[in-house]
Design a protein around this ligand. Sequence first.
Ligand code: PRX
Length: 672
Amino acid sequence: MVVPGSQHIEDKMYNPPAELQRDAHVPDFNSYLALYRKSLENPEGFWKEVADEFFWKKPATGPMLQYNFDMTKGNIYVKCMEGAKTNMCYNVLDRNVKERNLGEQVAYYWEGNSPDHHMAITYRQLLSQVCRCANVLKQMGVKKGDRVSIYLPMIPELVYTMLACARIGAVHSIVFAGFSSDSLCERIMDAQSRILVTADGVYRGEKLINLKQITDEALEKCREKASSTVTKCLVVKHHALRAKGGAACNKLQTPWDSECDVWWDEAMRDAPEECEPEWLDAEDPLFILYTSGSTGKPKGVLHTVAGYLLYTSLTFKYVFDHHHDDVYWCTADIGWITGHSYITYGPLANGATSVLFEGIPVHPHVGRFWEIIEKYKVTKFYTAPTAIRLLMKYGREPLQKYDLSSLRILGTVGEPINPEAWHWYYDVVGRGKCPVVDTFWQTETVNVLLCFVLANGKHLATFPFFGVEPTILNEHGEELEGEAEGYLVFRRPWPGIMRTVYRNQERFENTYFRKFPGFYVTGDGCRRDKDGYYWITGRIDDMLNVSGHLMSTAEVEAALTEHSAVAEAAVVSRPHKVKGECLYCFVTLKDHREFTHTLVEELKRLVREKIGPIATPDFIQNAPALPKTRSGKIMRRILRQVARNEKDLGDLSTLADPKVVEILFSQRCEAA
Ligand code: PRX
């Protein structure tokens, strides 16, 4: 969506090519409006039609949606299709193989970190691997409702494991394999997982990562903090078998505990290929996925079976205008919600053929994305602004070597896209022929706002998805009509909205529903223009968005203050050419401690260790004191201005000691 201040140059209509429009599910704006109105006026009928596409072991006895969004009237809840019984895995695999005759269709083209590693997996093969993995998990004692933590890179086993959990009613909790052992430990402990699934190691570009060692460190930390709930660790032999030419080239020492660890290939060898799905209640949990919370402790966002199925399948179909001959590629990692919804569940529910990519955009060369698009004749391509900005740096040349004419629709997600990146995406990657669909959403919501590409549209602004009713409130909670700017909130649920924060309903209600009773509060700012388009203006809380990854200032501050030299820390964002935003940290040292280059390096390392490489600060500044109000609250607005070198500070009357600001400006970091 849009970067504030850029509207004047972007308020322009872009029309999709006529041939795309002709075959589209939503060919024009009036068709969109008709469907949208139906979804709000008759949600029961609208969602029932969507549900009819899927298999229900038992039909619903309750309405399609029941809810309370008003804390003053009782607990917040959302229920979809009460009484129905189904299974997610059955619907995304067995239904495609057995009822839709898609068994021989490719579900995934897996493309490894190295271009030499690739394979095609059909729906039938996927089903068989998933069933075997489900049997392995069952044999390890996993039962319905148990949590399974998954710490895997982008390899087929990641998809097998998550669908195997879905098949037997276990709740998967995937932890992005770039997170540190501390972050993994925290997530295992909160989910109280029984089983951990990981791999020996993985190459990310040229870098070899010993995942098993990180896993062991995490489990050790869990044991130190409490008695660990993990009884077994299932380890995929990925590096040893696939990477760099097989076992002879294995450069890793894989730590091994024969009491707990089990090799994946040994366990899978004799596992049967049949596994009866566990028929679950519509509102049984499907997965937990942790997302940053403004207090620093990650929140376990919980999604449930039926609603998530309906919503991811429908959004996938319409957002990417899916057709059976498409080859779709989402470059996200399954460790994030984008991958859960738009690599695994949404595409499979539609019987799509997707690319599953393990590597990074610049390895072994900066044209890797374009090479893959040509290789698989990708038609729909979904990536993040940060990747576009990274690739823009290398100019047009790397693209010109490849045939990108298969592309029909481009998508972006994760953070506001700046007009320059949008134009490069549209003009250079899409050659002015592919609509760009900008999808705004959150771990909590699944897709909610999107530009209906095949309706005529302003390219950086957007309309709500079916069933979603956004509105804009001012600070006092008053609804703003017409052209307006304020808090983006939602008045009612849709099937795919989160159900709770795992084991913390109170936090769920306080985070999303306390500020404005009756509404789900996104934490994002938004502007509605005179034509009714919504423009996202960015977070209005203490969250940062670095390369499309949301993190809280509190989380990074907590990591910094763990250093023995640091008395206090405050973290703000500063614009960054590739990452969108980067971390600018202010640290106040304890008496007699010196601010040195070594200390800066130590602090950066500490944050990497505590959270993961994505949170590495770009700037760390010495702050003899922090600007505070008389009541002791840190004035982040001022720190942001120091970080950005904006000297027009406005009203400073609440500041306890104005001299602090002068000192901070004099010591600010120019370059990283
Ligand atoms: O601030 C919004 C931003 O990312 C936040 C959600 O982050 P997360 O839960 O990690 O999910 C990311 C993938 C959906 C939002 O609150 N955001 C996401 N997409 C966009 C965006 N901001 C602007 N435009 C977008 N398209």
